[in-house]
Design a protein around this ligand. Structure first.
Ligand code: CAA
Length: 286
């Protein structure tokens, strides 16, 4: 793989996003180690990847050989430092907690090689804070993928003031190798995608709360009237109400805009465990 400068990749976090990222990196020919805090989590991530690849075979989109080769390129680990020691790239996709992400990158900055690129899949947190105090800030960058990762074409690259041109260029090249179209965005709350997408989702929940229309009809308004592939309530279910609530609270605080204040209905649903697709029930039954 001459044009792949990231032959060895570590993906931290084996949830929905981490598993998808590991899959697309392996599909592009990289050797990937998928890492999480316990074996149950990494095995669930591997099952998710295997199931997606199998669905691809069933649909005639993937050959059995491609499925097997992709799976063979992914190994698992619960030892983060050991998994990252020799890799060219780390992509972090752990829960959206600033202290957690920053702690991981501070630790890894001392462990990885001097040229290893450190990427965070945060969907809204300040990258300057995520990478605060990390050794080698020029190789640190945001790589924001979209759910479902193997299907969605966008890769939102987020640069801090310290990110080097070389890091950006290598990220753009690898993003294209993954079959993604990279966009480049300045480190600012919610970047380009979450700031717009979350705003629409919150307003849809407020409309549902106020009885403007049913969930189905609010979604239909955007699908049939605006050509969105999926309505904002169904999309909130897909992403997870808890994930979107955390983003909304963060953006409300950072941007100081009332439009990002989370509706009571959303807080109640999260408190009741109605998180969307992953819990089986959100605005829709899954
Ligand atoms: N392997 C290979 N290809 C597959 C596949 C698989 N397992 N599963 C699906 N595909 C392919 C399909 O064959 C199809 O390809 P073609 O267009 O070439 O026919 C394509 O992927 C779409 O799949 P489906 O037809 O099965 O599904 P769909 O048409 O119902 O679309 C969807 C599903 C892609 C999720 C679509 O509804 C969509 O785009 N929804 C919006 C998703 C979105 O907005 N995501 C962003 C969320 S926000 C986020 O993630 C950021 C954050 O930080 C919170």
């Amino acid at each position: 793989m001459s044009d792949n400068s990231f032959g060895k990749v570590a993906v931290l976090g084996a949830g929905t996003m981490g598993a998808g990222i590991a899959q697309v990196c392996a599909q592009a020919g990289s050797t990937v180690v998928l890492c999480d805090i316990n074996d149950e989590f990494v095995q669930k991530g591997m099952q998710r990847i295997a199931a997606f690849l199998q669905k691809g075979v069933d649909k005639g989109k993937t050959t059995e050989e491609q499925r097997d080769a992709t799976l063979a390129r992914i190994s698992t680990s619960t030892d983060r430092a050991a998994a990252c020691k020799d890799v060219d790239l780390v992509v972090e996709a752990v829960p959206e907690k600033l202290e957690l992400k920053n702690g991981i990158f501070r630790e890894l900055g001392e462990v990885v090689s001097a040229t290893c690129v450190l990427a965070s899949n945060t969907s809204s947190l300040s990258l300057a804070k995520v990478f605060d105090g990390v050794n080698g800030p020029e190789r640190c960058i945001g790589w924001h993928f979209f759910n479902p990762v193997p299907i969605m074409k966008l890769l939102e690259l987020v640069r801090t003031d310290a990110t080097s041109e070389a890091t950006i260029e290598a990220s753009q090249a690898y993003g294209r190798l993954l079959g993604k179209e990279p966009i480049l965005v300045k480190d600012s709350p919610g970047f380009a995608s979450s700031r717009l997408g979350v705003c629409l989702g919150l307003e849809a929940i407020r409309m549902l709360e106020a009885g403007v229309a049913s969930a189905e009809d609010i979604d239909k308004a955007m699908v049939l009237g605006y050509g969105h592939p999926m309505g904002p309530l169904k999309l909130t279910d897909l992403v997870g109400l808890d994930v979107r609530l955390a983003i909304a609270d963060y953006l409300r605080e950072e941007l100081g805009l009332e439009g990002f204040a989370a509706p009571e209905l959303m807080r109640k649903m999260v408190a009741d465990g109605l998180l969307g697709k992953k819990s089986g029930q959100g605005f829709y039954a899954w």
